[in-house]
Write a protein that binds this ligand. Structure first.
Ligand code: ZN
Length: 282
């Protein structure tokens, strides 16, 4: 066992009310690729912005065409050992709140209950005109019905249910409008260039206030919406630990840094005497 393991065990033993913040590094073992490399830079082209999505037909066609292909795999992703370990941590009574930057819903599928999806959920589609929401899998059927040719395409999986489909003529892609009002449909996630809803931030900040320490798992905290919680924790004198491969934006604020794959670093939680429960779910 590496020295880091023992330090993390101690950190969790010492701080019983943890504010946990998770990012893409939690879900890579579930086959959902990460946006950023170990230095926190973009691995690929930057994702579509809110402004481009709402303002440009071709951007939306390109987005949904790629999503149609990518969803086949993303929609079937299963929680991995990291999700199960964090669900176990909650069952032990150690989690004040789990705030996730991920949009895959895998923490909940692993059994975590006290979760705030900071950036929303990709399994829901929302109308920007009338706020009507419905399941993404139902929209997948609508997309396939209107675009049968695209159903046969395959592409490398990319983050957030996206897929690489370079060289395709996206202008031919048909996007069904909102079935209620004819408005523009958008995945119910916070896009780049869009603000996280205020009530979500307030709920999370309150939980951080009530916690005695913060644990970051699988996030480089490069996006401000995540970084601000580490900053607030440090400012309030609460210890911050991070499990992440590579640099994080909060490195100067950290009391403990574990540079290991998330599942490996948290494996001790599943080795616990009462670890049986977390395995049954999914
Ligand atoms: Zn609508």
């Amino acid at each position: 066992m590496a020295a880091g393991d023992a330090a993390l065990v101690d950190f969790i033993e010492l701080h019983q009310r943890l504010f946990v913040l998770t990012g893409a590094g939690c879900s890579t073992d579930s086959g959902i690729p990460d946006y950023r490399d170990a230095d926190g830079g973009w691995k690929r082209s930057q994702p579509v912005t809110f402004q481009a999505f709402m303002g440009d037909d071709l951007t939306r066609q390109r987005y949904w065409a790629r999503s149609l292909v990518g969803w086949r795999r993303f929609g079937h992703a299963l929680p991995n050992a990291t999700h199960h370990a964090l669900a176990k941590l909650e069952q032990r009574g150690n989690v004040q709140l789990l705030l996730t930057q991920n949009v895959d819903g895998l923490h909940q599928r692993a059994g975590s209950r006290n979760v705030v999806d900071m950036h929303g959920r990709l399994d829901t589609v929302r109308c920007m005109g009338c706020d009507h929401r419905f399941p993404r899998h139902a929209f997948q059927s609508m997309l396939l019905e209107h675009n049968p040719v695209w159903a046969t395409l395959d592409a490398a999986d990319a983050p957030d249910g996206d897929a690489d489909l370079d060289g395709q003529d996206f202008a031919t892609f048909v996007i069904p409008p909102c079935p209620e009002c004819g408005g523009i449909l958008k995945p119910d996630v916070v896009f780049f260039g869009e603000n996280v809803p205020r009530d979500r931030v307030a709920t999370a900040m309150q939980a951080l206030d009530d916690a005695d320490a913060m644990l970051v798992v699988g996030s480089s905290l490069m996006v401000f919406s995540g970084y601000r919680f580490a900053h607030a924790a440090a400012k309030a004198g609460k210890p911050v630990a991070a499990v992440n491969l590579g640099r994080t934006r909060a490195d100067p604020l950290l009391n403990l840094k574990i540079e290991q794959p998330c599942a490996e670093a948290l494996a001790f939680l599943l080795r616990d005497r009462s670890a049986a429960g977390a395995e049954e779910i999914a």
